[in-house]
Design a protein around this ligand. Structure first.
Ligand code: ZN
Length: 340
């Protein structure tokens, strides 16, 4: 590759933090990108251009028109064809850099498939939109001793946090439980495209530093960015918490599949989901969803009409998604509209 295109990585090799040795390490690396939305598509494009040798793209969703505003790899034809994001991403990445290998995986990452799906990856980048998958990735990364980089963005705000097993706090040290209450999502609160590339850039910067062989000098910290208020903040991450269920006690509940899984309801064209172990305030959810479509709520259930689907949410967090038998799609709708 370097023989055919001697100039391709020249500007990156000139950068002292990478150099020729770092570039070789990038070429020999395998990175898993979990979730290929706004963050994941930016990460994938940047790492492909940087010459990371193998990229694994895992995503359960397909490209929609509302994605094009911020999901950097996708084009109108992808939305028109409703292509799976992993597939569309792999096509575009191949056009960006034919000298690397890109492996798309159209799947919902679960306890049952994570070991096989992420096999061989030396680093994991978070491009997901839900805490359930992040806890799963955290358990896996801690157990395997792999670095992973958490990222999230909504509205004009985002944050990034590298997790370096054994060296600094993991996701569960910082968030022993998922954030409580109805969380804003891109579908309910909107999002600025620039905050996604800002956060993804911080994640990619950390990834390149680790992959190029300079993990030891990476500063474990949480970075928060608000591109509307202009606030940029950093907080140093503490050492791993010995009491932490994941990295302290090495009790990997998310890998054990102890969590409830969605069940396709036979003959009803519906999927039952019970992913949250916390109650939901239906009145709060009603206020969030009302601007987006018809909502009917009482104290027992909330029904949200989003043609061709109908989502019924119960106060204990359980939901039934009507209009599909695809558990991956139902979980995706749940994560988008109810939260994670
Ligand atoms: Zn921990």
């Amino acid at each position: 590759m370097l023989v055919m295109e001697p100039d391709r990585y020249s500007r990156q090799i000139l950068f002292p933090g990478i150099g020729a040795a770092g570039q070789q390490r990038l070429g020999a690396s395998r990175v898993a990108i979990v979730g290929c939305g706004a963050l994941g598509s930016f990460q994938a494009g940047a790492l492909a251009r940087a010459g990371v040798g193998q990229l694994l793209i895992v995503d359960r969703d397909y490209v929609e028109w509302s994605n094009l505003q911020r999901q950097w790899l996708f084009e109108e034809s992808d939305a028109r064809d409703a292509l799976p994001k992993a597939i569309a991403a792999a096509r575009h990445l191949a056009a960006i850099n034919s000298g690397i290998q890109v492996q798309p995986l159209v799947a919902d990452l679960t306890a049952a498939n994570i070991q096989e799906a992420l096999e061989g990856a030396s680093l994991i980048l978070d491009g997901t939109d839900n805490f359930e998958t992040r806890y799963l990735v955290n358990d896996y990364a801690i157990r395997q001793g792999l670095p992973w980089i958490y990222g999230a963005a909504v509205g004009s705000y985002g944050l990034s946090m590298p997790i370096l097993p054994g060296r600094s706090a993991c996701l569960k040290c910082v968030y022993p439980e998922p954030p409580s209450g109805v969380q804003p999502t891109c579908e309910t609160a909107g999002i600025l495209n620039a905050v996604t590339s800002a956060i993804a850039s911080i994640q990619v910067g950390d990834a390149l530093k680790i992959l190029a062989g300079d993990a030891a000098s990476l500063r474990p910290r949480i970075t928060t960015v608000d591109l509307w208020s202009g606030d940029v903040r950093q907080v140093a991450l503490p050492a791993p918490d010995p009491q932490c269920e994941a990295c302290g006690q090495r009790h990997f509940v998310h890998l054990e599949g102890a969590r409830r899984v969605p069940i396709s309801l036979c003959g009803r064209n519906a999927v039952q989901i019970h992913e949250l172990s916390r109650p939901i305030d239906l009145r709060e959810l009603e206020m969030t969803l009302s601007p987006l479509g018809e909502v009917r709520a009482n104290e027992f259930a909330l029904r949200f009409f989003l043609a061709p689907y109908e989502i019924t949410v119960f106060p204990d967090g359980r939901a039934i998604v009507k209009g599909t038998t695809d558990t991956g799609l139902a979980r995706s709708l749940y994560a988008r509209y109810v939260g994670s």
